[in-house]
Design a protein. Sequence first.
Length: 192
Amino acid sequence: MGDAQVGRPTLPVVGQRAAGPRVSDGSNIFLTTKLDHLIDQARKNSLWPFPFGTACCAIEFMSTIMSHYDMSRFGAEVVRFSPRQSDVLIVAGTVTDKMAPVMVRIYEQMAEPKYVISMGACACTGGFYRAYHVVQGIDEFIPVDVYVPGCPPTPEALLQGLVRLQEMIAKGETHYQRMAAAARTAAQGAAS
């Protein structure tokens, strides 16, 4: 065992000399984190979008996926066309009153946690369609986390909206996270 004293563990050799024993600084601090924070960090970098494209904004979404803009750099490369396999609903384009129930059904079929990006003026506010048959903003039917303005919005704007959603997930500011926090607080209040 060489220079090791009885009862002291032998430390690995680095180079030609033995590393010294760990000296305690008297602190009981450990590097820890909340499990929710760790899971949110993983979620923000692995978003699986579901495109609900109905008009010209959907073409801009398609260009965002292509190699020139490459949405996969931001962890959202796995575009799914099944709501059960996705967690980000990107509503791109005009939503009419007949399409709104379909959009709501798709949103309800998505697994928790789920996030929504409203892309384009028509999805955000109805755009220039001030008519009885066009939804004047999808937030009348489903909660929206990020609004991407423009007619049509550029791919850069959608990427900025995606980065904003990732920041919101990391900080716990999304609609889902606020509702979950409110439910936990209510449960703790009822238990007290």
